[in-house]
Ligand binder design. Structure first.
Ligand code: ADP
Ligand code: MG
Length: 256
């Protein structure tokens, strides 16, 4: 019985090999014109399906991660600051620290590239097969507080808890009340043995205590976050935004 190409495509689709189904006519044509062996043909078909699945997986994970922008670390300019060497950046991109459940704390004033570095590492981690979530501290508190009532928050929290890497951006830009600090503690506790966390903040850990309300809860959070952690401290004078800002007075020196 000879199958038509359409029938074969239908069969592949019902086996959930839809990418292969689409690619089949082109592949068959190439195989015939180049006299492929059966083995080569099957290998090409399987490789194509695998490659497309991996690509789709990356696309899906990038969407779920909810990054504020898509900017890769190739554009991260290391000459601008002394807080991180090329070697260290390369090491971070190898993600051994992620496998070892290390946390990364990025500290420094606004504009030094904390969000950029965190996002760039998150994007690279997804390309290397990890699941990542990005959330600002403000959104995180809101999501934790509404988890019981809204489906949207439930889904978001489920994805966060299912991630290998959770990026929490702008920790402590606001003081938390007791309930918020407690919800945050429970999340940190849940993630402690399962995931790495990148925290960015313009305040150092010594100042986190007072913003976390309850000193007991603050200590418990700090213990877990800092137990296995690397801290990168960007300095004030390294603000990329300040150095590269455009000025309305540019090139027009005003002399009286
Ligand atoms: P932060 O989160 O520390 O406030 P951002 O990551 O938002 O800083 O960076 C501020 C701006 O400066 C962004 O537009 C970012 O792309 C740019 N920037 C910061 N650091 C660098 C860097 N090392 N190389 C290239 N651009 C940078
Ligand atoms: Mg930021």
């Amino acid at each position: 019985m000879t199958q038509t190409l359409e029938q074969l495509q239908q069969q592949l689709r019902s086996l959930r090999l839809s990418e292969s189904a689409q690619y089949l006519p082109e592949l068959v044509q190439q195989a015939e014109s180049e006299d492929w062996t059966y083995r080569t043909f099957l290998h090409r078909l399987a490789s194509y399906e695998q490659k497309r699945r991996d690509e789709k997986q990356v696309e899906k994970r990038l969407k779920w991660a909810a990054f504020p922008f898509y900017k890769t670390l190739d554009a991260f300019d290391l000459d601008e600051q002394q807080s991180l060497s090329k070697k260290q950046l390369n090491q971070l991109q190898e993600f051994t620290w992620l496998d070892q459940l290390y946390n990364l704390i990025l500290l420094g004033p606004p504009g030094v590239g904390k969000t950029f570095l965190a996002t760039g590492l998150g994007i690279e981690a997804i390309h290397q097969g990890y699941k990542v979530s990005f959330i600002s501290m403000g959104d995180l508190i809101h999501t934790l507080k509404t988890e019981e009532f809204t489906r949207k928050s439930q889904i978001r929290m489920k994805r966060i808890k299912d991630s290998h890497l959770v990026i929490i951006d702008d920790l402590m830009y606001m003081a938390m009340d007791n309930r918020e600090a407690n919800l945050f503690f429970h999340l940190i506790n849940d993630l402690y043995d399962k995931a790495s966390v990148i925290l960015t903040s313009n305040k150092g850990p010594s100042e986190w205590g007072e913003l976390l309300g309850d000193p007991g809860v603050a200590t418990a959070i700090l213990d877990r976050v800092l137990h296995r952690a690397e801290i990168i401290h960007f300095r004030e004078d390294e603000s990329y935004r300040m150095k590269h800002r455009s000025s309305i007075f540019e090139e027009k020196s005003v002399h009286n």
